[in-house]
Design a protein around this ligand. Structure first.
Ligand SMILES: Cc1cc2nc3c(=O)[nH]c(=O)nc-3n(C[C@H](O)[C@H](O)[C@H](O)COP(=O)(O)O)c2cc1C
Length: 182
């Protein structure tokens, strides 16, 4: 199954990128890293469709069976970088695909608003967003950010296992659906 994680942080040394790297390595999941992928501000002009980074973003997400979307919480919402990237995408990249949400907060009980914000936007893209979701705080990181504390790691694992179950289920239902139409 092809699961992709989107690092929604524009900051090269950001904690969301660190979380994405930990997950990518542990679960062998490909990362779309918005701190590396330079995208223009979406303006709806035809010429943007020809940009290599836009083509790559669209192709990777169209081919994905499921996604993990991780964002920093910035001013009570997802990052502008992530919202801008999502504006280049549409329902063909997300429709009926399971999506797990993660927010990386500054602590102090932040993160929930970014999760709710992503949930609203991804519903508009027809994604099947899982009920289970996670906020990762600065204190969840250990070893200078290259690993997660045991309890946080356990919670991340639970979310990813659930995403895998829903991805398998979706694949099976799609196969049965295609077979019944022949
Ligand atoms: C512009 C800006 C706004 C922020 N707003 C919030 C916020 O509303 N809630 C919160 O919990 N943290 C907030 N933070 C802290 C970040 O969420 C936190 O530092 C997080 O680790 C950032 O992720 P990043 O390192 O991947 O960029 C904000 C940080 C920045 C730079």
């Amino acid at each position: 199954m092809n699961i992709v994680i989107v690092n929604g942080s524009p900051r090269k040394e950001g904690r969301t990128g660190k979380l994405s790297a930990i997950i990518s390595k542990k679960y062998n999941i490909k990362t779309i890293d918005l701190s590396e992928l330079t995208l223009p501000v979406y303006n709806g002009q035809e010429d943007q469709n020809e940009l290599a980074n836009i083509k790559m973003l669209r192709a990777e997400l169209e081919n994905a069976d499921a996604m993990i979307v991780a964002t920093p919480e910035y001013h009570g919402g997802m990052s502008g970088a992530l919202k801008n990237a999502l504006d280049f995408l549409g329902s063909k990249h997300f429709k009926d695909k399971p999506v797990a949400l993660m927010a990386v907060s500054g602590g102090g009980k932040g993160g929930i608003n970014a999760l709710n914000n992503m949930r609203i936007v991804l519903r508009a893209l027809y994604a099947n967003v899982l009920s289970k979701q996670l906020v990762i705080d600065p204190t969840d990181f250990i070893q200078g950010g290259i690993a997660l504390a045991e309890e946080s790691s356990y919670l991340v694992n639970g979310l990813i296992q659930e995403l895998k179950i829903y991805t398998q289920l979706t694949k099976k239902l799609n196969e049965e659906w295609s077979a019944s139409n022949y």
